[in-house]
Write a protein that binds this ligand. Structure first.
Ligand SMILES: Cc1cc2nc3c(=O)[nH]c(=O)nc-3n(C[C@H](O)[C@H](O)[C@H](O)COP(=O)(O)OP(=O)(O)OC[C@H]3O[C@@H](n4cnc5c(N)ncnc54)[C@H](O)[C@@H]3O)c2cc1C
Length: 428
């Protein structure tokens, strides 16, 4: 066992400054990698043993990819980095006075702390809806959604009751952000193109995919003309949009809407609302309505210059007054910035405030359409889809995953096939 491993196992690193990073998401990993050659010891703590590429979770939920294709073991990702040790533990608090990270089993001392614990979906105070309308943040949730979607088709095929069959063939996605749009498009393709030839009693025309959005347009983070283009592309795929319609309740039979109407459905997918991890509570720091820790442009919570909060857990306005969005590239940039700042602080230099660089905003709609906003120019349709595909494959961690996902997509594109159509888990 190396010195670093012994020290970190015992939670008392000595000699070099100790950087603890909580969360091996986009932000945490980026910080860890940027400290590769730094004269520090790093402990990377995550409750899971893998890094998850969340942007492709919807592909797992709709049977396009398998879980292992969008996840990589954290240990393997950082195995070549000698100054880093990985701990699989769930953090439950931070003791700022004693400079210790608290897990259920130990206390880990730190000199510098980077928190990148991400976010979850929020039900606006109606957590009881989750059982009827799962969200999409974890692999387990993606495979549960896949199970519900595929099971609905199986039950519809077997059903003798016309109204029950219609209920089973109705899929509701709540939330018109990128995840909701991606889910609705992918379910439409699955239903109308991929699996329908495999059933004998289901009429494709009976399958309804309804996207419910409380606001007046979908994809509000995109310019209006791209929202309109996305709406048209969804309509072409057979998705019905219900705009300016808030959800008032979800139950086992369906969903009730604010306009007084009700949709009978067996499958609701929640893609509305985000709630950050409880880092704000750990730090006793002010948080915004989504629970994100309000940090300054150096990514510090008030009064803690040795703590950095990065990624979806942080609410930050950067040096240029830009409100940094909750997307993967922003998390990566923040993680990298935190590492550079730690290096500067070690040299007694003053770090410059964080500036976010927006390289573009992309959302896909089915297997050959997307919208892309690059600020100076925008794209929609097939070219945007190609850009989206290459961007996502490029950012997939690990060459093996990249290659496998690429080959799977080529196959799926040519054949309409979705190879991961497995119903697993549950009691069926
Ligand atoms: C379905 C979906 C689709 C998306 N699509 C896109 C997209 O197309 N493009 C894009 O740019 N962004 C997309 N995003 C957003 C993007 O994934 C996030 O902005 C990004 O993952 C944020 O990175 P992060 O490092 O802050 O957190 P995460 O990547 O969420 O990582 C957080 C890490 O912290 C760990 N953790 C959490 N709590 C604890 C704890 N208590 N103890 C120990 N470890 C803990 C988690 O296990 C996880 O590994 C999507 C998100 C979702 C959910």
């Amino acid at each position: 066992m190396t010195d670093l491993q012994t020290q970190q196992r015992d939670g008392r690193p000595s000699g070099r400054p100790h950087v603890v990073i909580i969360g091996a998401g986009f932000g945490g990993l980026s910080a860890a990698k940027a400290l590769r050659h730094a004269p520090v010891d790093v402990t990377l703590v995550d409750r899971r043993n893998y890094h998850l590429f969340q942007p492709l979770l919807y592909q797992v939920a709709t049977a396009g990819l398998s879980p292992a294709q969008i996840a990589s073991p954290i240990r393997r990702i950082v195995s070549g980095q000698k100054n880093i040790a990985v701990l699989m533990e769930k953090v439950v608090g931070v003791d700022k006075e004693r400079r210790e990270v608290v897990t259920s089993g130990r206390r880990i001392p730190y000199d510098y702390l980077v928190i990148g614990t991400g976010a979850r979906h929020a039900y606006f105070g109606n957590d009881q809806w989750e059982q009827f309308a799962p969200g999409l943040k974890k692999i387990d949730e993606a495979t549960e959604i896949r199970r519900r979607i595929l099971l609905a088709f199986e039950k519809a095929e077997a059903s003798q009751d016309e109204s029950e069959r219609q209920r089973l063939l109705t899929f509701v996605v709540v939330g018109g952000g990128p995840t909701g749009v991606e889910m609705a498009g992918a379910i439409a393709e699955l239903a109308h193109r991929t699996i329908i030839a495999d059933f004998r009693h289901i009429n494709p025309a009976e399958t309804k995919i309804i996207l419910v959005e409380a606001g007046s347009r979908i994809l509000t983070s995109f310019p209006e003309h791209l929202s309109a283009s996305a709406a048209r592309q969804l309509a072409k795929l057979g998705v019905t949009l219900k705009m300016e319609t808030a959800v008032t309740s979800c139950d086992v039979q369906g969903i009730a809407l604010k306009d007084g109407s009700r949709i009978e459905t067996a499958t609701i997918i929640w893609a509305a609302g985000v709630m950050a991890s409880p880092a704000g509570k750990w730090l006793d720091a002010p948080s915004d309505r989504a629970g994100r820790v309000m940090v300054d442009a150096m990514l510090h919570p008030p009064g803690a210059d040795n703590i950095f909060v990065v990624g979806d857990t942080a609410a930050v306005t950067d040096a240029n007054g830009i409100v940094v969005p909750g997307v993967a590239p922003a998390a990566k940039q923040m993680g990298h910035y935190a590492a550079r700042s730690i290096l500067a602080l070690l040299k007694d230099e003053k770090p410059r405030p964080f500036s976010y660089r927006n390289y573009g905003n992309l959302a896909t709609i089915g297997r050959k359409s997307a919208v892309a906003d690059f600020g100076r120019f925008t794209l929609s349709g097939f070219l945007a889809w190609l850009t989206w595909g290459f961007a996502h494959i490029w950012f997939l961690i690990g060459f093996r995953n990249r290659l496998i996902v690429f080959l799977d997509w080529i196959m799926a594109y040519v054949t309409f096939e979705r190879g991961a159509r497995l119903i697993t888990g549950g009691e069926n």
